[in-house]
Ligand binder design. Structure first.
Ligand SMILES: [Zn+2]
Length: 344
């Protein structure tokens, strides 16, 4: 029982290194946290009994044994009863050599269905919803529980001691990726306090915590889920439009909002142009500020029930790499503590 308490409660394991995605960051903690997250929990190295407890639900996966482990991961610990699988892919990364040879989606979908959910970047979700091409949207529709990382990971610089003492990264400091509900202000305040009182922080970290309490951020978070689902239903609606809403009772009651005439023409509840924002660069995008889906419409209810559940999350990661210090140049000459043939 004691050993069970020592296991990580929930880990997020990366099938892709975020440092390749967020390469502009000066922080080295992203890659570090991912790699640490692939390591087996500490209790696998304590005694026979604790090891057995950890292996009851967890396991180490190797790319040689399991084709679902990306080849760039040497080995990966994961526990399907607690863990979430994460992917950081977003449009624009197609040209990165890393993914030209490996499509990241098979890894994500393999684990997403067996584990406790998946995490994707918000940029991917929004791009899929705003694109006129429906291919990525169709792919995302296969997800069930989906955590959406709202921005770049928020890095907190600290020492390992501070990380353990904070208890914000797991009981034994082994939960290197925290996904926090933006509505959970109490927990976010604890992370803010930790960032204020620990080592030198990145400017973007402090900027992030400062904007948390602003009314614009709060209202954005408040409407995020509803707006996202509005765009989702809009995609479904455009699909039905192609078959002239056949089989749908009262399709004119699907959207709610001001019936404003557009371009001199009367409002038509079955025309996409009535619901889009005029003069917008993105064609055929729902004007979610004016229109909302009718949650009582049977067709809407059916589509909402079938859609993935999207949970907005703020990702917070620790970094103990002391990135603010200049990198130590590699030592020249004979490495200390090693003997070389012919050396004196
Ligand atoms: Zn760092």
């Amino acid at each position: 029982m004691v050993w069970k308490e020592c296991l990580p409660k929930r880990r997020v394991f990366d099938t892709m290194l975020p440092c390749f995605v967020y390469e502009n960051s000066t922080c080295r903690g992203n890659g570090w946290a991912s790699r640490e997250g692939w390591r087996a929990p500490i209790i696998t190295r304590v005694c026979h009994e604790s090891r057995a407890i950890a292996f009851e639900t967890g396991r180490v996966l190797f790319p040689e044994d399991d084709p679902n482990v990306p080849a760039y991961i040497e080995s990966m610990w994961s526990d399907s009863t607690t863990d979430i699988v994460a992917q950081y892919w977003r449009p624009g990364l197609e040209s990165v050599v890393y993914w030209a040879i490996d499509d990241p989606d098979p890894y994500l979908f393999h684990y997403a269905s067996r584990y406790q959910g998946a995490m994707i970047a918000e940029e991917r979700l929004q791009a899929a919803l705003q694109s006129t091409n429906t291919s990525d949207w169709t792919i995302l529709a296969r997800l069930k529980d989906c955590y959406v990382c709202l921005a770049n990971p928020v890095m907190i610089h600290l020492t390992r001691r501070e990380m353990l003492a904070s208890q914000l990264f797991g009981r034994l400091g082994e939960e290197y990726t925290q996904l926090i509900d933006p509505a959970d202000q109490q927990t976010l305040k604890k992370f803010h306090q930790l960032a204020r009182t620990s080592s030198q922080q990145l400017p973007e970290t402090m900027k992030f915590f400062d904007q948390l309490c602003t009314p614009s951020f709060q209202s954005q978070m408040h409407t995020w889920s509803h707006d996202t689902m509005s765009h989702w239903i809009w995609k479904e609606w455009l699909k039905e439009k192609q078959t002239n809403f056949s089989g749908i009772a009262r399709p004119d009651l699907i959207w709610m909002g001001p019936p404003t005439p557009t371009n001199g023409r009367p409002f038509d509840p079955l025309s996409p142009h009535s619901f889009t924002q005029q003069g917008l660069f993105v064609p055929n995008l729902l004007d979610a500020s004016r229109f909302s889906y009718n949650g009582n419409h049977p067709w809407v209810r059916e589509k909402l029930a079938a859609a993935p559940r999207f949970y907005p999350r703020i990702m917070i990661r620790p970094c103990i790499q002391q990135c603010w210090r200049p990198r130590t140049p590699p030592r020249r000459g004979r490495p200390r503590g090693h003997y070389r043939a012919g050396g004196r």
